[in-house]
Design a protein around this ligand. Structure first.
Ligand code: AMP
Ligand code: GLY
Length: 436
């Protein structure tokens, strides 16, 4: 079976194990054309939608590629969706592509926009995309004297992929010097910190703008806002994301058009001028500064947890949308949004983002989902003979739809209150920055 003939069912393999992948699978499953659905490796919730396959795509070595390729051939996979950045940056999309299957996710040269922050800055400069002023350093002592010469606060960033931990927002010179040492001397982020970006520290609210790009066409998805800090009111250490809501009223249509024409289109065009065709999701993390929106980072994939509310609100056939993105025919598919708001609250393990324990039995998911506006996506979970247990820091993504953000947040929090596992915690203020 191939994805080429229009009306045939398409078997899908989703790579990844987070709430993002569970949400994508849940939406794909709604498609009339969705055939068999597989997750590699998936989690304790994804096997209710399809089958979990014991392949881990994080390290793209020859064996992993061969295993995935063999699995795809044996199961007539017509679409492979690559969720996380690591396999994209390592060229998994390049290596899996062939005539019988479509790949959702950019090739390595395009994924570099996330995997190499120095390259991303270069693209932004070449395309005059608004971003923080920055300098790139490969030598510790040169970086050190630059930091000492700065009078305003800076942010120090490891240039490579560092599991979301390589960005250090500094209040003063001493912190910035510590951050440089962490990256370049102590090698805390491995090779990812060999090159460092030092940039001006911006202030403002952050928004996530995700767009589908098919090589030619760009379709910007509704704007959302993530909550990276662990504590209520954006306090405490950074996490992978404690919740998100969509749409955010911080971006009106006019600003969305500005972001499309001044950020997304120029980025895709700049890469095209280098001979790089961008296909997949292009995600711009923006700060809304007094001087207008500025790019903090580009990602080459769907955001987590932003994807969960996006999937809850998406109207349209995600399978057709993903195939069209791979085919360069995005202009031919229908895509619309539920007018309501979705709030996603992340339930985490006790101790996260520090040390935490796994294997805590989870109860109450079915009770939480009794409200038809609530959907619980799994992230760090696994199935055992006793039931579903915790298997990660961010455990569940509790999503609720509401007429407005206030209602969506209240429903999501009420659903979280019905779910129990030892040590469970969550932020009950997701969306507070825009709520009266
Ligand atoms: P990044 O992975 O580059 O998005 O950075 C992670 C987080 O660090 C962002 O979500 C921001 O909260 C913060 N950050 C990154 N760059 C800057 C900057 N130039 N000014 C202020 N905060 C920043
Ligand atoms: N939610 C932030 C990210 O996916 O990078």
């Amino acid at each position: 079976m191939s994805a080429k003939s229009n009306k045939e069912k398409v078997n899908v393999l989703i790579l990844g194990s987070g709430g993002r992948e569970h949400a994508i699978g849940w939406k794909l499953k709604e498609s009339k054309r969705c055939g068999k659905l597989f997750f590699a490796p998936g989690n304790g919730g994804t096997d209710a939608l399809g089958e979990n396959v014991p392949i881990n795509p994080d390290r793209v070595d020859t064996k992993t590629v061969d295993d995935i390729d063999y699995f795809c051939r044996n199961n007539a996979i017509g679409l492979v969706v690559i969720g996380p950045e690591d396999p994209l940056a390592q060229g998994l999309a390049d290596r899996l592509a062939n005539d019988d299957r479509k790949i959702f996710g950019p090739i390595a040269s395009a994924a570099r926009i996330e995997a190499d922050k120095a390259y991303a800055k270069q693209v932004m400069k070449a395309a005059s995309i608004p971003t923080a002023d920055s300098r790139v350093f490969k030598d510790y002592f040169v970086a050190e004297s630059y930091v000492k010469s700065r009078e305003t606060p800076v942010v120090v960033k490891a240039a490579g992929l560092a599991k979301g931990k390589g960005v250090i927002v500094c209040d003063n010179t001493a912190q910035a010097l510590d951050a440089l040492a962490l990256c370049m001397k102590n090698k805390s982020f491995g090779d990812a910190g060999d090159t460092v970006i030092v940039e001006e520290r911006l202030t403002g609210q952050e928004v996530s703008i995700l767009a589908l790009v098919d090589g030619r066409n760009i379709y910007v998805l509704d704007p959302s806002q993530d909550h990276k800090q662990a504590g209520e009111g954006d306090t405490g250490p950074n996490t992978g994301g404690m919740g998100a809501y969509c749409p955010t009223p911080l971006i009106d249509e006019k600003m969305m058009n500005t972001i499309q024409s001044e950020v997304l289109v120029p980025a895709v065009d700049a890469m095209r001028r280098e001979g790089i065709e961008y296909k997949g999701v292009l995600y711009a993390g923006l700060m809304l500064t007094a001087g207008g929106p500025k790019v903090l980072e580009f990602n080459c994939r769907f955001g987590d947890p932003e994807t969960q509310p996006l999937m809850m609100r998406l109207k349209g056939d995600l399978l057709e949308i993903m195939l069209a993105t791979a085919d360069g025919t995005l202009d031919e598919v229908d895509l619309a949004w539920d007018k309501r708001c979705c709030c996603c609250v992340v339930m985490a393990s006790g101790g996260y983002p520090g040390k935490y324990q796994n294997d805590k039995l989870i109860k109450g998911i079915a009770a939480a989902e009794e409200d038809k506006d609530v959907k619980v996506f799994h992230a760090g979970t696994k199935k055992t003979k006793d039931g579903v247990v915790t298997a990660g820091g961010r455990v569940l993504n509790v999503c609720a739809m509401g007429a407005d953000l206030k209602e969506a947040q209240a429903k999501a929090n009420a659903a979280c209150a019905k779910i129990q596992f030892e040590g469970a915690w969550y932020r009950s203020d997701i969306g507070y920055r825009v709520m009266k």
